[in-house]
Write a protein that binds this ligand. Structure first.
Ligand code: FES
Length: 119
């Protein structure tokens, strides 16, 4: 059985506690995506883990995060492929650490909305 450790960024904007990387070690199969593992952490280890997801097919971008500093879509990343690239310990952080609301959830950015003309 293959195992992996996800060191997941934990933070809550509403509390004053500092952010931490919390390790979760779990088994994985060759078919699972990183989003599958985050869902398993949520249901099997810690029901307070917060992250976004929507389409689960790589279209909406809501599951965007960083793996060892590289921005990726969790639903599109095969875990076995990540292990072959980075080893079996991954650092999972928000894609933008300055706008974190909670754990891996980031405030939406609408900086280009002023350019949209509504008629
Ligand atoms: S959940 Fe939509 S891109 Fe991953």
């Amino acid at each position: 059985m293959n195992t992996i450790t996800l060191n997941i960024y934990r933070f809550n904007k509403e509390t004053v506690s500092p952010s931490i990387l919390q390790p979760f070690t779990l088994s994985y199969s060759n078919e699972e995506t990183l989003l599958d593992l985050l869902m398993r952490v949520l249901y099997e280890f810690d029901s307070t883990l917060a992250f976004d997801k929507n389409c689960r097919i790589g279209l909406c971008g809501s599951c965007r995060l960083k793996v060892n500093g590289k921005v990726m879509l969790a639903c599109s990343e095969n875990v076995a492929k990540l292990v072959s690239e980075f080893g079996n310990e991954l650092e999972i952080t928000p894609y933008n650490c300055t706008k974190v609301v909670r754990d891996l959830i980031v405030e939406p950015q609408f900086e280009n909305c002023s350019e949209i003309e509504v008629k």
